[in-house]
Design a protein around this ligand. Sequence first.
Ligand code: GSH
Length: 230
Amino acid sequence: MLKFYYNAAPNPMKVALLLEELGLPYEPMPIDTRKGQQFDPAFQQVNPNSKVPAIVDGDVTVFDSNAILLFLADREQKFVPLQTHGAERGEMLSWLMFIATGIGPFSGQSVHFRHAAPEPKEYALNRYDFEAHRHWAIVNQHLSNNHYMLGSHYSIVDMAFWGWARMVPYVLGQDDAWTAYPHIKRLLDEINARPAAQRAEALKTRNTFKAELDDEARRFMFPQNERLKK
Ligand SMILES: N[C@@H](CCC(=O)N[C@@H](CS)C(=O)NCC(=O)O)C(=O)O
């Protein structure tokens, strides 16, 4: 059975949603990153980048969330335009990579500098907050003219979107973030109502992940800080 290495963070949740949408049987393999399980040598054989998500299915190993979405959707021939060289495939790849290289990293760094980094952080927070807003504004504008990220068809791009869209108020540090981004909220609410999304969210209850961001957790999550102590 497919093994799904995960925690409850945005990138693994994208993959949880696709697995649930496809109805694929899978074995959840929790990786508690605040306990340093991402650095377990057995897990590093699966993902040398020491991050979740990753999957192992027979002799196939795939890591990085958007690579997994594309791999499974292509294999199952669902939630993805199949004509390899067509315009829809080009559009799908553009938005999928925009989320992988823009929405994810800038939102992640915005979270880090807003909620975890020590002072002084004004310069870095300003940069990542600005870029997170800029990327989310592009998505909001796109969704003002498109029901889903690829127009009329629900696809893996919406699943990649969903992983991070759930976090937008936290990413931007604004409880009223939805006032500025109503089209994102509209699609988020629609996906949240899907039974597959509710099953994906329920994965969190199947394992108790460490909640405290104590010194030990900080050492595992932010190993770069050890260099500052020398
Ligand atoms: N590009 C990767 C990023 C994966 C990633 O950053 N995962 C986070 C959870 S969302 C993680 O494993 N963090 C633990 C750590 O950085 O030690 C993907 O899209 O899968």
